[in-house]
Write a protein that binds this ligand. Structure first.
Ligand SMILES: Nc1ncnc2c1ncn2[C@@H]1O[C@H](COP(=O)(O)OP(=O)(O)OP(=O)(O)O)[C@@H](O)[C@H]1O
Length: 599
């Protein structure tokens, strides 16, 4: 077991994560976060964590020590608190009970891997995969963003207690998820909705619990009789309420509802029963990148495979920033692998929503004039108020707005048209960095926390570029750069230790240079601080990547197909009965009938 594993012995969060109950939510905070160490804790805000000064050198050792102690002590004490709290909650009566006592032990253990999932195929050296894009594919970044703008037509969260989001059902099949227009799963959902009015738990067969997080459990489910399979996150509303996590669940749901991107989760439907709140999403059979990395020779990916995964993650982050969402929880555990080998970034309950002001720097044709009249990009501006962001349901798609032009050059200063064809990159550049976002929350995963979060200086979208650097480092080297002997040491290292690279494995200069640019401790000097993903895309590490067609690139590895038919069907597999049935089976430790190898 490598050093990483020992610190990640948790159901999902192999890294120790701190999700704080934010004491003083800023106006731009998307939601109040609660912490856990198994990893999201109810405490963890560093007391008095105001501006500590820009540089590490200026931070008094005492003051930092105090903050780190508060964070880490709070963290470890909450681990136990959480375990006992969950027991107290009588979660046995509900979904939480699926976490049997063994699970609880695993959650608070520092050792051992909990996830049993595995990806059997080896990761190939995807050296040529990025170049192998099909020229005929009709996708591009530009199209993605235009279509995403349309997705704002129906963003309503359910107002009634027991229903799916049927108030918007007329839109819900394809209008608000244009990328899913030809998706059979959408059609199946829509067919049931037109037949029965609204979807509910009873329409699904729950086949297997895939995992559990702090606010719910995720089940592999079939929309009964359709052979359409989903990942359904089921949350106990009573438990959410008593643990003050309703807002967190709401934030996640609202963000999921707003997404329509190939590398982000599709929320097919959401419904509530008296007891449960359920999110129905795309099922990813390939497991997560943490698990997949553990199976690689040397526990690190080949550089070309890394290039593929981080390029897709970069596009996902770019899209999120355009929506005004700072992700804040990038780590391999949160990057799932779809059935086609492409990635899906998951877990949005730490995300911060804020205002964005997209700016078109360079159009595809370098001629700004047509864009003034017919803006190519429609970006959904996120709002500042935490709970009102995606609230108004079925809003007319009036939220597209003309991008501001970065340059105010007069016509005569512009390049003549005949130079346009000589542009190296035909892709337009759009900056939508929510750089003004400021949160004082202490959230994230210790090894991935940005220095400005630890120092309590307030943070914005640059934290995603820091975590992107750590993520890149971990995939390449098989470990994170600042990991210490414990959480406290890790936080000290992040703030005060210089970046170092191990001698092995050998990694290209370009990769190390990119990491150096991203892991700059002062956010304002960090790569991508000003122009976001665009700056990173242009780095030599990504040379040769066809950004517009990356969805057609050959992934390093395709997961083995899941033989859904071979999954034994639980005796009682529909609706709440299934939940209770699985719960009882798990309590007895007798869920063998559900055992099969997914990944
Ligand atoms: N779409 C999916 N396909 C396959 N497995 C999934 C999917 N979504 C989640 N899972 C599995 O379910 C587990 C729990 O997911 P969930 O999102 O609840 O975890 P989490 O990030 O810990 O949640 P939370 O942030 O609410 O604590 C994950 O570890 C993952 O293995």
């Amino acid at each position: 077991m490598d050093s990483k594993t020992s610190a990640r012995a948790l159901p999902k969060h192999h890294h120790n994560t701190t999700k704080t109950g934010k004491l003083e939510p800023t106006a731009s905070e998307g939601s109040l976060k609660s912490t856990q160490n198994t990893t999201k804790k109810d405490t963890g805000e560093i007391p008095g964590s105001k501006n500590l000064g820009a540089s590490v050198q200026k931070v008094s050792a005492d003051s930092l020590s105090h903050k780190l102690a508060a964070a880490t002590i709070g963290t470890s004490s909450t681990v136990l608190a959480k375990a006992s709290r969950e027991a107290d909650h009588g979660i046995n009566e509900s979904l939480g009970s699926l976490e049997n006592s063994a699970d609880q032990e695993k959650k608070i253990s520092e050792y051992g891997s909990v996830k049993s999932s595995s990806v059997s195929a080896k990761v190939s050296d995807g050296a040529s995969s990025l170049a192998k894009t099909s020229g005929s594919a009709k996708i591009s970044d530009r199209v993605d963003f235009v279509e995403s703008g349309k997705s704002s037509i129906c963003r309503g969260s359910t107002s009634s207690d027991v229903s799916d989001e049927s108030t918007c059902s007329s839109f819900s099949s394809t209008v608000n998820k244009p990328h899913k227009a030809n998706d059979l799963r959408w059609e199946a959902i829509q067919a049931v909705r037109s037949r029965d009015g609204a979807l509910g738990l009873g329409h699904f067969r729950l086949l297997k619990r895939l995992g559990c997080g702090d606010i719910g459990s995720v089940y592999l489910s079939e929309l009964s009789g359709t052979k359409c399979y989903f990942a359904m996150k089921v949350m106990d509303k009573g438990s959410l309420a008593s643990r003050k996590k309703l807002l967190r669940a709401q934030t996640e749901r609202e963000i999921l509802q707003s997404l329509d991107h190939p590398f982000l989760p599709t929320l097919y439907t959401h419904f509530e029963t008296e007891k449960f709140s359920c999110l129905v999403m795309e099922f990813c059979p390939g497991g997560d990148l943490h698990t997949l990395r553990q199976k690689q020779p040397g526990k690190h990916f080949p550089e070309q495979a890394v290039k593929f995964y981080v390029a897709e993650v970069l596009l996902a982050l770019e899209y999120l920033h355009m929506l005004g969402i700072v992700y804040r929880d990038l780590k391999p555990e949160n990057v799932l692998v779809r059935d086609d080998g492409h990635i899906m970034l998951s877990d949005f309950d730490l995300s911060l929503r804020c205002a964005v002001s997209p700016t078109l720097v360079k159009s595809a044709s370098m001629d700004a004039e047509p864009l003034r009249k017919n803006p190519v990009y429609c970006v959904q501006p996120a709002c500042i108020e935490p709970t009102s962001c995606i609230q108004p349901s079925c809003v007319a798609p009036t939220t597209c707005f003309s991008p501001r032009l970065f340059s105010s050059k007069s016509k005569k200063d512009r390049k003549p048209k005949n130079e346009i064809g000589n542009q190296v990159s035909p892709l337009p550049e759009l900056i939508a960095e929510p750089t003004d976002a400021r949160s004082m929350s202490f959230v994230g995963t210790h090894e991935y926390l940005a220095p400005e979060i630890i120092k309590g200086e307030g943070h914005g979208s640059a934290v995603d570029w820091w975590t992107f650097g750590i993520f890149l480092y971990e995939l390449l080297f098989g470990k994170t750069p600042f990991k210490g002997s414990g959480n406290r040491a890790t936080l000290f290292n992040v703030v005060g230790q210089p970046l170092r690279f191990p001698e092995a494995p050998v990694v290209s200069f370009a990769a190390r240079d990119l990491i150096r640019g991203l892991l700059v401790k002062e956010p304002q000097h960090r790569l991508a601080y000003k122009r976001g993903a665009t700056e990173i895309k242009q780095h030599p590490f990504f040379e040769g990547v066809n950004w517009a067609l990356i969805r057609c690139a050959t992934p390093p590895e395709i997961p083995k197909p899941v033989e859904f038919e071979k999954i034994p069907s639980p005796a009682s597999s529909a609706g709440e009965k299934a939940v209770n049935h699985m719960s009882i089976a798990n309590q007895k430790g007798s869920d063998n009938y559900l055992e099969f190898d997914f990944f």
